[in-house]
Design a protein around this ligand. Structure first.
Ligand code: G3P
Length: 218
């Protein structure tokens, strides 16, 4: 399973990159706003900065909701860097835009996916990634992981090439369960990746090894 980090914070992206397990980055307008980035030029520059830190795909979201606007913005984003993936919302014009970019060989990430029907449409349009938001489904008492399972079954039935990118991952158990049920990618905060490190028996065991090593006089 690929690990993407879901942030526009350069320091956190660097930290995940230095851990050596990072495969890409996802951003969205809310994450960009959180970094206080304003103005078209600064936003475009920020995407370039992210691409310089990581080696994998970097999702950059269009703001427009009309087909023509999404095409204009998406083409501008795609030209920025070869690692850019154009992130497009799951709306009617978005599906058309995904098909347009697929035909042009430009990678896409279909975002704001909350049902298997939407995921089926995204795959039919040729999306590179589909992003079901599992944390936001859990927030409204609906099992986000079940959605990943359903999409996995549908994509496997027809050998769709679209990768399932489990998004809105909030914690380590989301990551582990996504791996168990076969999500191709997960995107989450740095804490969801670093949390995988933690186990009290590892800490206790290491402490004992270090104490015993001291008695060896080395
Ligand atoms: O990748 C989508 C993500 O940014 C949404 O996460 O935690 O705002 O639901 P969250």
């Amino acid at each position: 399973m690929k690990f993407f980090i879901d942030t526009a914070n350069l320091k956190q992206i660097q930290e995940a990159q230095h851990l050596g397990v990072l495969d890409g980055v996802t951003t969205n307008p809310s994450l960009m706003a959180k970094e206080g980035i304003t103005g078209r030029d600064s936003i475009l520059k920020h995407y370039q900065n992210i691409c310089e830190i990581v080696e994998g795909d970097v999702s950059a979201e269009v703001i427009g909701t009309q087909f023509e606007d999404m095409i204009k913005e998406g083409e501008e984003l795609a030209k920025l860097h070869p690692q850019i993936v154009v992130k497009i919302p799951m709306i009617k014009d978005g599906v058309k835009a995904i098909k347009y970019f697929t035909d042009k060989g430009i990678k896409t990430n279909c975002t704001l996916v909350f049902s298997s029907g939407q995921a089926l449409l995204a795959a039919k349009a040729g999306a590179t990634y589909v992003s079901p938001f599992i944390g936001r489904l859990d927030d409204v008492s609906t099992d986000g992981l079940s959605l990943i399972q359903e999409i996995r079954q549908i994509y496997d039935n027809f050998n769709f090439k679209t990768e399932i990118l489990a998004a809105s991952v909030r914690h380590t158990m989301h990551v582990v369960n996504c791996a168990k049920i076969g999500a191709d990618v997960m995107t989450g905060p740095l804490s969801s990746i670093e949390g995988l490190l933690k186990h009290p028996l590892t800490d206790n065991g290491l402490q004992k090894f270090l104490e015993d090593a001291q008695s060896l006089g080395i």
